[in-house]
Write a protein that binds this ligand. Structure first.
Ligand code: PLP
Ligand code: MN
Length: 376
C-alpha cells in the first residue's frame, strides 16, 4: 500500500554544516580520529608490534577500513555475529577475541573461514571439539588462540600445563591451526595513576611471558601473543611479550579513558554525542534530548565539550538530559547544539545506527554502525 506518511529525514547530509545535524546523533571528528590512528600505528610500528584494533569499540566497518589503511593487520571482534559486517566490508583478517558460548556459533564462523583469515579463542576442550566438527563440515581452516588468564579473573586457563593439555586436544585436528596465546588484562586499563597502571601492566605481561617461555621449553612456539587495551598499550609495546595489540577506545577517547593520567602516547577526544536544548522552561536548567538511549552511564556521566565551560551534564533520563549552568552564566538557548563526550564509547556506539563523520564545521560522511546490536 502507498505510504502516506513521509519518512523521517536523515540526521545529516554530507556537505551540510555540523550545526544543522538532527539530534541526538553520534559525531566523529575526523581530524582528531585520524591523528589518533596515526599515533597508535606509529607507536606499534616503532616497537615492531602488529596492531589489531578492537572493533567492539565502534562496530563500524568504515572505521575498521581506516585503521587497515594505516597498517593495522586486521581487527578483533568480541562476538561471532559482530564479525560479519566487517567481513562483508572486506576486512580480510578477523580475530574473535573470545570463547564462543554455544557450539551453534561455530558453524557460521567455520563457513566464513573459507573466505577470510579467522581465529577464535578457546580455554576448554569442549570448545575445540565444536570448532573441529564445524570446520570439518565446512572444509575450512581456523586459527585458534588459547586464552590465558594473566590477572583479570575472567576467561582463560592459568598456566602452561593447562595450555599443553589443550594442545593435545587440538593435535588431531589439523584444520584448527594453533596460532599462540591471547593474554588480556582488562582490570588494569582504568587505573588512574600511570605508575600504577605501568606496574600492573608489566606484571601482567610478565605472567604471559612466563607461560610463553614454559611452552618454548616444551617445544611449543607461540607465533602470536595478543592482548592489551588503550590503558596498557604503551607498556605492552615495551614489554617484549606481545606480538600483536588489541586496543579499541584509543581511536575515540571517551571520558573514562581521559580520566586516566596520560603518558607520552596521548589520544584526543574524537567521539561526541550531539544533543540539543529542548527546554529551558524551568528557568534554572537546560534540558537536552540525549539521555540513556543515546549514551551509557556505567562509566559515569558525559561531559560537555569544549571542557571548562559553564555547562554540566548532571542527570540522564531515558530521553532527557539535565544541564546545570554555573551561577551567573546564561542558560543556553532553545535549539542550541551541544557536544557531549560520552562516559564509555563501546556501549554508546551500540545505541546508534550511524556515525556522522565531520571535518571542521562540515559533515563529511555518514558511516553505518553496521554491527550495532550484533551481540550473539
Ligand atoms: N581486548 C579484549 C579482549 C577486550 O575485552 C578489550 C576491552 O574490553 C580490549 C581488547 C581493549 O579495549 P579498549 O582499548 O577499548 O579498552
Ligand atoms: Mn570499553
Amino acid at each position: 500500500m502507498h505510504d502516506r506518511f513521509a519518512p523521517f529525514p536523515p540526521a545529516a547530509t554530507p556537505g551540510a554544516l555540523l550545526a544543522t545535524v538532527d539530534t541526538p546523533a553520534l559525531l566523529l571528528d575526523l581530524d582528531a580520529f585520524e591523528r589518533n590512528l596515526d599515533r597508535m600505528q606509529a607507536a606499534a610500528d616503532a616497537a615492531g608490534v602488529q596492531l589489531r584494533p578492537h572493533a567492539k569499540a565502534h562496530k563500524c566497518p568504515a572505521v575498521a577500513l581506516a585503521q587497515l589503511a594505516r597498517g593495522a593487520m586486521g581487527v578483533c571482534c568480541q562476538k561471532a555475529s559482530e564479525a560479519l559486517p566487517f567481513l562483508r566490508a572486506g576486512v580480510g583478517d578477523v580475530h574473535i577475541s573470545n570463547e564462543l558460548a554455544a557450539p551453534a556459533k561455530a558453524g557460521p564462523v567455520a563457513q566464513w573461514a573459507r573466505h577470510a583469515r579467522l581465529s577464535v579463542c578457546v580455554d576448554d576442550a569442549l570448545q575445540i571439539e565444536a570448532l573441529a566438527a564445524a570446520t570439518r563440515e565446512a572444509g575450512s581452516a581456523l586459527g585458534v588462540l588459547i586464552e590465558i588468564d594473566i590477572g583479570q579473573g575472567r576467561c582463560g586457563v592459568v598456566d602452561a600445563p593447562a595450555v599443553l593439555r589443550l594442545l593435545e586436544r587440538l593435535a588431531p585436528h589439523p584444520q584448527l591451526v594453533f596460532r599462540g596465546l591471547q593474554a588480556y588484562q582488562g582490570g588494569l586499563q582504568h587505573l588512574r595513576l600511570r605508575a600504577e597502571r605501568r606496574d600492573q601492566a608489566l606484571r601482567a605481561a610478565e605472567r604471559a611471558g612466563r607461560v610463553v617461555s614454559a611452552l618454548e621449553s616444551a617445544g611449543v612456539r607461540c607465533a602470536t601473543v595478543t592482548g592489551g587495551g588503550t590503558g596498557s598499550v604503551e607498556f605492552d609495546l615495551e614489554s617484549g611479550v606481545y606480538t600483536e595489540l588489541q586496543p579499541g577506545s584509543y581511536a575515540f577517547m571517551d571520558r573514562d579513558y581521559a580520566d586516566n593520567e596520560a603518558g607520552a602516547l596521548r589520544f584526543e577526544h574524537a567521539l561526541f554525542v550531539a544533543t540539543r536544548v529542548m527546554s529551558t522552561a524551568a528557568g534554572t536548567q537546560a534540558v537536552v534530548d540525549a539521555g540513556l538511549k543515546s549514551l551509557t552511564l556505567e562509566c559515569g556521566l558525559p561531559v560537555t565539550w569544549p571542557a571548562g565551560g559553564a555547562l554540566r551534564y548532571t542527570q540522564a533520563n531515558d530521553e532527557h538530559g539535565l544541564i546545570a549552568v554555573e551561577t551567573g552564566a546564561p542558560l543556553p538557548p532553545l535549539g542550541r547544539l551541544l557536544r557531549l563526550v560520552p562516559g564509555h564509547c563501546d556501549p554508546t556506539f551500540n545505541l546508534h545506527d550511524e556515525l556522522i563523520a565531520f571535518r571542521g564545521e562540515r559533515v563529511e560522511a555518514l558511516w553505518p554502525i553496521a554491527a550495532r546490536g550484533h551481540s550473539r
